[in-house]
Design a protein around this ligand. Structure first.
Ligand code: PGA
Ligand code: ZN
Length: 427
């Protein structure tokens, strides 16, 4: 057998940062090179994203076990992959999709397929003796030089990540004035510490939400925005110049069955026009440079109006695009959003993720490589963001081993001499 031929594929059930089962896979090539990877898992999931295959046995992990997904790797994926060229990432990913046979990878599970896809990429890089980020840049064919991404870092959490303690899911800091990645990280750490102190001063609980952010439970989003500005100032930074605010509204998770947006904590129900007015008002009054999922994932009718009104800042499609190239193409045609969140498990394969990044580039959209609220210690997305020159990265807060594994991997990559991608708005 050729040294780069796949010799074996194995899989097992491991646990993510919420203590829920997920799939870990390992691919070994005939020459001995191997790679391992595990799949993350979201809570505010888009309807268009790749499916997770969960056992559904109520007596095991509340139905969330992945023994069927693991069994599928052993019974179907392993025999199909053995003997194939481990360096042919695109061919392997196409084979995995064909083998599954469903549009959203519901039969074998996107959680199983992604873990195998990423493990194969690692094995390939190891066989070539290449750093993973460099291998990913080559495989993506994206044409942008490798660079350090600007992190957007969760400070305050609400929505599905914090028992709906606040209406808006994420209040993040973007250290837009930082000169290097390590400076950006240090500034974010300072803002996070300052936010903790401000909460403690006001006897607000500082327990961690799912992504390691604080959840002060404000009914009124203006209070959260005000806390963000004060935390930036307390960290010795200038709001809007050194560090700005990004929001993830996660509007799909606020949508009721009539397509209205329910701000439960604030006690208001808004139509799309009302929500656009609200976001415009926030963007006028606060140093906000990016808003993600400002409208729901199927609200294609109103996204163009949001983009017309607020397109001078970054408008990111997460659930809207679900890391699917065809949905990003539609966004470009309709004038919906101007940036795409890139989540590997929304797509399900590495090649499909590259296609989504290419679609975003073709549209002139910025990209934000993103973790999920349920993560493992796998730091793959750090190498991905660097290798494809992704520009920005969203990992959650600067707490928890599953988050810090990525921030720390980025520090290692920065030591290779890569520079920070510049931050620009569409002003
Ligand atoms: P999720 O949230 O991983 O729970 O989907 C992350 C996000 O909405 O950006
Ligand atoms: Zn989101």
């Amino acid at each position: 057998m050729n040294a780069t031929a796949i010799a074996t594929v194995s899989a097992r059930q491991v646990f993510d940062s919420r203590g829920r089962p997920t799939v870990e896979a390992e691919v070994t090539l005939a020459g001995g090179a191997s790679g391992r990877a595990s799949s993350p898992s979201g809570a505010s999931r888009g309807a268009a994203e790749a499916c997770e295959l969960r056992d559904g046995y109520p007596d095991q992990f509340g139905g969330l076990g992945v023994s069927l997904a693991v069994a599928g790797v052993k019974a179907e994926i392993r025999p199909a992959l053995i003997g194939r060229d481990g360096l042919d990432q695109h061919g392997l990913d196409a084979l995995l999709r064909r083998l599954d046979g469903t549009p959203q990878l519901s039969r074998l599970g996107g959680n199983a397929i992604l873990a195998v896809s990423i493990a194969a990429a690692r094995a390939g890089a190891a066989a070539l003796g290449q750093p993973l980020w460099r291998r990913l840049g080559e495989l993506s064919g994206g044409g942008l030089p490798a660079s350090m991404p600007l992190p957007m870092v969760n400070i305050l959490s609400g929505g599905l990540h914090a028992s709906r303690g606040m209406d808006v899911q994420d209040f993040l800091v973007m250290p837009i004035g930082a000169a290097t990645y390590s400076q950006a990280l240090e500034w974010a750490l300072r803002v996070r510490a300052a936010a903790t102190e401000l909460c403690e001063q006001r006897s607000i609980t500082t327990l961690l939400a799912d992504e390691g952010g604080l959840s002060p439970g404000f009914e009124d989003s203006d209070h959260a925005l005000s806390l963000m500005v004060r935390a930036i100032e307390r960290a010795g930074l200038r709001p809007g110049e050194d560090a700005a605010i990004a929001l993830d509204i996660a509007a799909s998770s606020l949508t009721d069955d009539q397509g209205r947006y329910v701000f439960q904590r604030a006690g208001v129900v808004l139509g799309a026009a009302g929500l656009i007015d609200l976001l415009e008002d926030w963007a006028a009054r606060w140093p906000i440079v990016s808003i993600e999922d400002g409208l729901g994932e199927e609200d294609w009718a109103n996204w163009p109006e949001l983009t017309r009104r607020l397109g001078h800042i970054q408008l990111v499609g997460d659930d809207l695009f679900a890391t699917q190239a065809d949905r990003i193409d539609r966004g470009a045609r309709d004038g919906a959003a101007n940036a795409a969140l890139i989540k590997i498990n929304q797509n399900g394969t590495l090649t499909g993720t590259f296609e989504a990044i290419a679609a975003a580039r073709a549209a002139g959209f910025a990209t934000v490589v993103s973790a999920r609220s349920g993560e493992t210690e796998d730091a793959f997305i750090a190498d991905l963001a660097v290798g494809v020159g992704g520009g920005q990265i969203k990992i959650g807060s600067v707490r928890g081993g599953e988050r810090m594994a990525k921030y720390n991997q980025l520090l290692r990559l920065e030591a290779e001499g890569l520079s920070l991608a510049g931050w620009r708005t569409n002003d």
